[in-house]
Design a protein around this ligand. Structure first.
Ligand code: TYD
Ligand code: MG
Length: 455
């Protein structure tokens, strides 16, 4: 007689990157994080069905015979979100929207259906009651006639309902509150999160319904954070910004159907999130001219140039060791730039505290900001204010040389459009056409920059 004995074994997941191991490890070999392993019991001998992409051939075939069609996209009623996704959401795709609690994920995801009443939307909420969602929708305005609200956390009920309703768009708020009855652990655990996402992905691919899944991320990338989902989903959009500040940045950090490193800026208002179509306007000074310690950088996000203010404060170290802190900028890169200033240009900053801040709560990774960072630091150090109509775009190398940056011409054109009169770039910058209406100052290294700027 065959007895069905369920065998279980333990596996360990890294809660940071989601890799799976057969034994506990102090440090995850994949992402290098310490103490991130969480144990999970799995039933052996029974593998969950793999998620398949409809239309994908079951047999290997020559690549040149694969036909491609333009992906079918749906507009979400928000120019900025559509642009971030590469021109609307792709049918049958699973989009993860991550961010810290309170940043505006639920607000934005409710605004989307309210602004696109042509789409029949199923909005599944596991966090708020139907009443709460209604109150929020009233505040946001828009047209709620084609939006179905469903308060449920059981995935099997949700999927059954989704099949019945056959929406044009499904929103699930949030992955941490949903659970699959066939998985034993509690909602929010690694295994539940993985299974919920896998089921939603299968639903999306099979039905062609685009799904937006919301996930909370805590600052520490907390246990079972949506980090582990990044491999599963098609697109990852991440909310950034200071909760207290009004501005929020939505960044695309993974996109199977478009480019990443695009970003969209929103302002949190009393009636929801407002799109900021021209981010330069909010990111350049809100104070009077003549303050030292600020410099404007001409930066590029994906495709769009915009200008923003870098702020630095340099003061004598009060305690023995100098403090260095950076908000929105890699502190190691700041240390590198300070070392370059000291060794290659002779500025003694070793005994100084240096604080750096990027305007609007932005997180900057564009190396073209180096030049503005250095200028803001020097400006604060010498208490010399940089003229308000000057901006910068250049990378700084270890020997103090200033390197050219991508698309310098577009940066210069945007700066000219905003009324800047001079842009500092590397001597090695090549322009196909000379930018009109702005003087281009070419500098080869830091001493040359200082001579040209602080003369
Ligand atoms: P929320 O979207 O609930 O954040 P999340 O889902 O990411 O946790 O909203 C975040 C904050 O936004 C909340 O503290 C209240 C504020 N808010 C406004 O300022 N204006 C509004 O119109 C709405 C709906 C929310
Ligand atoms: Mg929420």
């Amino acid at each position: 007689m065959a007895t069905s004995v369920k065998k279980t074994k333990s596996v360990w997941f890294c809660s940071h990157c989601g890799n799976e191991y057969s034994k506990w490890l102090g440090r995850c070999p994949a992402c290098g994080e310490w103490n991130t392993m969480v144990e999970k019991e799995v039933v052996t001998g029974k593998r969950p069905a793999a998620v398949s992409v409809p239309g994908a051939g079951r047999k290997p075939m020559p690549l040149k015979e694969v036909t491609t069609a333009q992906e079918d996209r749906v507009s979400l009623g928000s120019t900025e979100v559509d642009r971030l996704l590469g021109g609307g959401i792709v049918k049958g795709s699973l989009v993860l929207m991550g961010g810290e609690p309170g940043i505006g994920k639920s607000t934005l995801s409710l605004q989307l259906p309210l602004n696109s009443p042509a789409l029949k939307t199923l909005y599944v909420t596991g966090e708020e009651s139907v009443k709460q969602v209604k109150m929020r929708a009233d505040r946001l305005g828009g047209d709620a006639s084609n939006c179905l609200i469903y308060s449920e956390t059981d995935m099997s009920a949700i999927l059954a309902e989704a099949e019945e309703v056959a929406p044009d768009l499904m929103i699930v708020d949030s992955v941490q509150t949903m659970y699959c009855p066939q998985v034993e652990s509690t909602a929010g655990s690694v295994s539940q999160i993985k299974e919920v996402a896998a089921q939603l992905l299968r639903f999306a691919k099979e039905s062609g319904v685009p799904v937006v899944l919301i996930g909370h991320i805590t600052k520490e990338g907390a246990i079972a954070g949506p980090k582990i989902l990044e491999h599963i989903v098609d697109v990852v959009l991440q909310f950034e910004g200071e909760n207290r500040g009004a501005y929020r940045v939505l960044r695309s950090i993974k996109n199977r159907f478009g480019s990443t490193s695009e970003l969209a800026v929103f302002e949190m208002t009393g009636a929801g999130l407002r799109e900021v179509a021209n981010p330069s306007e909010m990111l350049i000074p809100m104070h009077e001219e003549g303050l030292s310690g600020t410099a404007i950088s001409a930066m590029l996000d994906g495709n769009r140039p915009f200008l923003f203010e870098v702020q630095a404060l340099v003061s004598s170290a009060v305690y023995g060791t100098a403090q260095r802190s950076a908000t929105g900028f890699d502190v190691r890169r700041l240390n590198m730039l300070l070392a370059v200033l000291e060794r290659r240009a002779g500025f003694k900053l070793g005994q100084k505290d240096v604080f750096l801040n990027m305007a609007g709560g932005l997180r900057i990774t564009d190396p073209a900001c180096d030049l503005a960072v250095i200028c803001a630091v020097l400006s604060s150090n010498f208490d010399y204010s940089i003229p308000a109509d000057v901006c910068f775009a250049g990378e700084v190398g270890l020997s103090g040389e200033i390197r050219p940056v991508s698309q310098a011409e577009r940066r210069a054109v945007e700066a000219a459009r905003l009324g800047f009169k001079r842009i500092f770039v590397s001597s090695y910058t090549h322009f196909d056409r000379k930018p009109q209406g702005i003087e281009v100052v070419k500098v080869a290294d830091i001493p040359a920059l200082v001579r040209a700027l602080f003369k």
